[in-house]
Design a protein around this ligand. Structure first.
Ligand code: IMP
Length: 454
């Protein structure tokens, strides 16, 4: 069977920990979208692994697959594999031949375009994600399978590279170097192709996975980013360029929708909100310069809201895994979660980081929005409309900081009562049962209520 893990908010919900925990029963862990923009932290045997491309299950000896919906930077791929090997692991990674390749000009153009866009910039990770998906949709991309065939690779590069060079130089007035040089690219990417072939890493993803499922294997489909960063269902244009939502799990792997729908779809919820990048955020606390629209760092300095934001940011380690940028933080946003629940069809929830909020006198939740004089309960379809929404808050009594490892050992009833009230409010509002509660960064610090593979 399959279990699909989806971020219900804006990424960084702690998906890695849940994938790691439930991944124990999985034989194969697959990423279905995104690329090396997806920072995930896995704590295993006391060691911390920070990965941005390789599926987290690989740390634990699972077969890790990058599905056809992914965009793959081979440089990052091999760096991460080599680092894991140096640390004594033996990762088994497969890459879909249909996945698209991030080339150096994609990275260069991501940076160039972001600086041109001003207010429309999404605050991307500058990993070349958007430009690679653009080329995929424009039918001028290079796919992993092309790296194995020198004639096809050269033909593709000869067609596309002059266009990219002209775009960079003539439209954006930027300097171009080897990132736009056909011979350099051909040699470098041909070598990656040779290594992929030598290590027998490439697969026809859908067939590979279906065969494993037919043989009785458990497959985990691991979404990166989150629902509000989805190119269709997120806060466009402040989104990533793929579909983190559960539909992406079928398109991005080659498994049929009925296969994915037959399994479980678990929504990962962070008990508050965090955001890397720009765009509105109705429940935001304080702000982060360069990311919060119209933010003046001196205006609110020292006030209670800024202090609370700093407290949550520091307690929760809310600094980007990939970029190190401070994340914007805010209270939980229920309209965002109702939207995510519908778009993904969650069958279970894993709610993380309730330990981070411990010790606060009160915890607030954006229960609904006031939008043009009306109360609404889900996100409006345009980002401009979302920017006009004002959150209406509900207030919950806070809970004490306790020994969260003990709580994880003892189970759900050991969670402080006020925190359970908060959790049950979320579950009741969304009409989705709680499968797990994260009470700390390690996978041992998770209260497991339901095992989706059982
Ligand atoms: P891109 O995916 O690099 O194109 O970035 C597009 C938007 O998605 C930006 O606002 C990024 O900050 C955000 N983003 C991309 N990956 C992640 C992630 O793994 N966690 C949180 N935000 C992300």
């Amino acid at each position: 069977m399959t279990v699909t893990i989806v971020g219900s908010q804006l990424g960084d919900e702690g998906k890695g920990g849940v994938v790691d925990l439930y991944g124990d029963a999985a034989d194969v862990v697959v990423r279905y979208q995104g690329g090396d923009n997806a920072g995930h932290t896995v704590v295993y045997d006391g060691d911390t692994y920070k990965l941005s491309l390789v599926p987290s299950g690989a740390v634990r000896g699972k077969v890790g697959v990058l599905g056809n919906g992914c965009v793959v930077n081979p440089e990052t791929l091999f760096e991460e594999i080599d680092t894991l090997r140096e640390r004594g692991l033996d990762p088994d990674i497969r890459v879909a031949e249909r996945a698209h390749v991030i080339l150096p000009y994609h990275r260069a153009l991501d940076g160039i375009e972001e600086s041109e866009k001003d207010d429309l910039a999404a605050g991307t990770t500058k990993r070349g994600i958007g430009p690679t998906y653009e080329d995929k949709a424009g039918r001028r991309g290079v796919r992993i399978g092309d790296l194995l065939d020198p004639d096809v690779l050269r033909e593709r590069l000869e067609y596309v590279v002059p266009q990219k060079k002209a775009l960079a130089e003539e439209v954006f007035d930027a300097e171009t170097g080897e990132a736009f040089d056909i011979d350099f690219l051909f040699e470098t990417y041909r070598e990656y192709g040779t290594r992929l072939a030598e290590e027998d890493m490439t697969v026809d993803c859908g067939s590979f996975l279906q065969e494993r499922i037919d043989a009785g294997d458990n497959v985990m489909l691991e979404g990166a980013q989150g629902t509000s960063l989805d190119i269709d269902h997120g806060v466009y244009p402040y989104v990533t360029s793929s579909n983190p939502t559960a539909g992406g799990a079928t398109v991005g792997t080659g498994l049929g929708p009925t296969v994915v729908g037959d399994g479980e779809v678990i929504g990962i919820v962070k008990a508050y909100l965090s955001r890397v990048g720009t765009g509105p955020l109705p429940t935001e606390l304080g702000g982060v310069e360069g990311q919060t629209p119209g933010y003046d760092p001196d205006a609110g300095a020292g006030d209670d809201e800024e202090e609370l934001a700093t407290y949550i940011r520091d307690e929760g380690g809310e600094y980007g895994t990939v970029t190190g940028r401070p994340r914007r933080v805010g209270w939980l946003d229920m309209p965002m979660l109702r939207h995510a629940t519908r778009a993904n069809g969650f069958t279970g929830l894993a709610i993380n980081h309730i330990d981070v909020l411990a010790g606060l006198d009160e915890v607030k939740v954006g229960h609904s929005y006031e939008f043009d004089g009306e109360e609404i309960f889900t996100m409006p379809p345009t980002t401009e409309q979302w920017g006009r929404c004002e959150a209406t808050f509900e207030t919950f009594e806070g809970w004490d900081d306790v020994d969260w490892s003990d709580v994880a050992d003892e189970g759900y009833d050991a969670i402080p009562e006020n925190a359970r009230t908060y959790l049950e409010y979320i579950s009741d509002e969304l009409e989705v049962p709680i499968y797990a509660v994260g009470v700390g960064p390690g996978r041992e610090e998770t209260v497991v209520v339901e095992d989706p593979y059982a």
